[in-house]
Design a protein around this ligand. Structure first.
Ligand code: SAH
Ligand code: SF4
Length: 380
């Protein structure tokens, strides 16, 4: 008989599991609280749970976290953990403490099939989806390890962003129960505004998320027109900008915030000119309530791309802001431990089929940028 990993179940799932053992539903709530609120690792710890249930669970179920391969602590307090997910694959999570909140950046896949040009995870190819339990193991471990270290019993992680490795909306069936566990008052008690799914734009799944679990949405835009976005975010060829923006607008009807966050990775000479900023304004102004979050590109070997100068990022931000679009520039955290956006490399056995790999590489080929007037220039 297979042993169930209880980290795989949201409260509904755990209730069904307990009912299958002939136990009342409220037992599931007790069990769930032990696991997620108290970080229990075995059933003997669960002192208020009937002995009969505890012995029933032995052998049928376990609380199975992920082995930690390494931990890096940055001088700014950021912590990066590398977790072993088996088969030569590893994923990363990053803890980012700030004055008024503490954010955990969580991975959803080993590798990623989208293959964005500027993303280290994308360059590794795709290995496999994480299970719900593997997604939850990241917050379960971080929350309870930090509580122990800081000698604190109150909740530490106040925000979660699904911005680690992987495209969360391409792992939808594992993602939804994971989000529900994070939102559950008996689990991690996050509010929907403090739980963000970041996506490169999987349009049909944004529509489903709206119905199943409408949390805050961040969309990785990175380009103001389809020609450029096709190159930077290959998924754009399937779901072009117009369609993506229509879906974002629709999502707002259910979203916990009244705007969509657009992430925009600033790549020198590629997507960071005044003209690009103007195109962005034309795309969104008066059409969709949104905020822009400009992310200075975090370089990694083989990207062949450069970070825009700080002055260019500021000038770009100013153009958007002057047009009335709320714009922030993301602070880079954990630079000294390679914990910044897009640097989460983990270790992934690329199981993308060889044909796709050949199409994606070599990675150092210059991106050709077609200007609005149809001329081309080459940029690295
Ligand atoms: N797959 C999802 C979530 C993970 S990536 C998505 O693409 O949205 C989280 C964010 O980091 C995305 O906005 C992504 O575009 C950005 N990112 C990826 N590589 C980066 C890099 N090298 N420098 C800066 N940001 C990067
Ligand atoms: Fe995948 Fe997001 Fe990286 Fe693109 S940016 S390759 S979607 S993880």
């Amino acid at each position: 008989m297979t042993v169930a990993n209880l980290l795989d179940f949201d409260l509904e799932g755990l209730a069904a599991f307990c009912e299958g053992l002939g136990e009342k539903r409220f037992r599931a709530t007790q069990l769930f609280r032990w696991i997620h609120q108290r970080g229990a690792t075995n059933f003997d710890q669960m002192s208020d749970l009937a002995k009969s249930l505890r012995s029933k669970l032995q052998g049928l179920a376990e609380i199975n976290g992920l082995p930690v391969i390494s931990e890096h602590v940055s001088s700014d307090g950021t912590i990066k953990w590398l977790f072993d997910v088996g088969g030569g694959n590893a994923v990363e999570s990053v803890y980012i403490p700030e004055d008024d909140r503490a954010t955990l950046c969580v991975s959803s896949q080993a590798g990623c099939a989208v293959g964005c040009r500027f993303c280290s995870t994308g360059h590794q190819g795709f290995s496999r989806n994480l299970t719900t339990g593997e997604i939850i193991a990241q917050i379960w471990y971080a929350e309870h390890t930090l509580r122990q270290r800081l000698g604190q019993s109150e909740r530490i992680i106040s925000n979660v962003v699904m911005m680690g490795m992987g495209e969360p909306l391409q792992n939808y069936s594992a993602l939804i129960p994971a989000l529900k566990i994070m939102l559950d008052d008996h689990g991690y008690g996050l509010s929907r505004r403090r739980l963000t799914v970041s996506t490169s734009g999987v349009v049909p799944m944004i529509e489903r998320l709206m119905v199943d679990c409408p949390v805050a949405l961040a969309v990785s835009l990175h380009a103001p027109n389809d020609v450029l976005r096709d190159e930077l975010v290959p998924l754009n060829r399937k779901y072009p900008i117009r369609e993506l923006l229509d879906t974002c607008r629709h999502y707002l009807a259910a979203a916990p915030r009244d705007f969509i966050t657009f992430e925009y990775c600033m790549l020198a000479g590629v997507n960071d000119t005044d003209e690009h900023a103007q195109q962005l304004i034309d795309l969104v102004k008066g059409k969709i309530p949104c905020k822009f979050n400009l992310i200075p590109f975090n370089p990694f070997p083989q990207s062949g791309l450069r970070r825009s100068d700080a002055s260019r990022v500021q000038a770009f931000a100013r153009i958007l802001a002057d047009a009335g679009i709320v714009t922030t520039v993301r602070k880079t955290r954990g630079d000294d431990i390679d914990a910044a956006c897009g640097q989460l490399a983990g270790e992934v056995q690329d199981r993308t089929n060889a044909k796709d790999r050949m199409q994606r590489k070599p990675v150092a080929v210059p991106i050709s940028i077609r200007r609005l007037d149809g001329s081309e220039n080459q940029s690295r």
